[in-house]
Design a protein around this ligand. Structure first.
Ligand code: PEP
Length: 250
C-alpha cells in the first residue's frame, strides 16, 4: 500500500512575512483528517524559518535542489549535509526548471539523487516531456530515458527510498493539466519500467503527478491507480488551495 504524498514546491516565491502566514496555516491545517504525507519544498534562505514554524506539525520540510558534491569550491551550491542541518527529509532533483534553465543533464540529476540517498534524504526525481516532444509522439521515450539514467546510477533497490514525479513541462505553471487518463498512462509506463527490474520495488514506488494541480482537478488525478499524489507549484502558495488538495486524497 503506497501512502500518498502531497508536495508543495514554492519555487522562488515567498518572504519572511508571507511565509509566516502560510506555514502557520499549513501547520494547523494538516491534521489527522489528511490521509497523506505533506511536504513543502521552500527556497534555501527560508529553511530555518520553515524548520521552526513546522516543528511539531505533520508537515515535513524539503528543499528544491541539492549539490551532487559533498563540499568545496562550488559557489552558490548547497550540499546535502547543509540540508540535513535543517531537517530536510526530501529534496527535488531534476525539476524541469533546473533542467531547462540551468542545463542540468540526466547524468547530473542522477548524481544529485545519489547524493541525497547517501544521506538518507528522499529525492523526488522529476521527469517529464516538453510539448514538442509530446506532439512528436516521444513522451514515453523521453521520460523513460530520464528515469533510466537514475536507475543506472543508483540501482533499482534504491527506488524503494525515492519518489518519482511525472511533470509534463507543458503543464507546469501553464494552467493546462494533463488529463487524469494521460497522466495515468505515463505513470503506469514508468512503473512498468521499474517493474521490469524489480516488481516489488515498483509496487511500492510512489509516483506523483505535477503540472497545474488545483483543488478542481486534484480528486480526479489522485483517484487514478498509479498516481500517488501531487507535486504542486502555484497552488501550494495559497494555504486554502493547498489544504483542499491535501484533503482530496481518497
Ligand atoms: C511545479 O512547480 O513542479 C509545478 C507542477 O508547478 P504548477 O503546479 O504551478 O504547475
Amino acid at each position: 500500500m503506497r501512502r500518498t504524498l502531497i508536495a508543495g514546491n514554492w519555487k522562488m516565491h515567498g518572504s519572511l512575512s508571507s511565509n509566516a502566514q502560510l506555514l502557520a496555516a499549513l501547520s494547523s491545517g494538516v491534521d489527522e483528517a489528511v490521509a497523506a504525507d505533506v511536504l513543502v519544498c521552500v527556497p534555501f534562505p527560508y529553511l530555518a524559518q520553515a524548520q521552526l514554524a513546522l516543528s511539531g506539525s505533520k508537515v515535513v520540510l524539503g528543499a528544491q535542489d541539492i549539490s551532487e558534491r559533498a563540499q568545496g569550491a562550488f559557489t552558490g551550491d548547497v550540499s546535502g549535509a547543509m540540508l540535513q542541518d535543517f531537517e530536510c527529509r526530501y529534496v527535488l532533483v531534476g525539476h524541469s526548471e533546473r533542467r531547462c534553465l540551468h542545463g542540468e543533464t540526466d547524468v547530473q540529476v542522477a548524481a544529485k539523487a545519489a547524493a541525497a540517498l547517501a544521506l538518507g534524504i528522499v529525492p523526488v526525481v522529476c521527469v517529464g516531456e516538453t510539448l514538442a516532444q509530446r506532439e512528436a509522439g516521444q513522451a514515453a521515450q523521453v521520460v523513460a530515458t530520464q528515469l533510466a539514467a537514475v536507475l543506472k546510477h543508483v540501482g533499482v533497490a534504491a527506488f524503494s527510498r525515492l519518489v518519482v514525479a511525472y511533470e509534463p513541462v507543458w503543464a507546469i505553471g501553464t494552467g493546462r493539466t494533463a488529463s487524469a487518463a494521460q497522466a495515468q498512462e505515463m505513470h503506469s509506463g514508468l512503473r512498468a519500467q521499474v517493474a521490469a527490474l524489480d516488481a516489488d520495488v515498483a509496487a511500492g514506488l510512489r509516483i506523483v503527478y505535477g503540472g497545474s494541480v488545483k483543488p478542481e482537478n486534484a480528486f480526479e488525478l489522485f483517484a487514478m491507480p498509479d498516481i500517488d499524489g501531487g507535486l504542486v507549484g502555484g497552488a501550494s502558495l495559497v494555504a486554502e488551495d493547498f489544504l483542499t488538495i491535501c484533503r482530496a486524497v481518497n
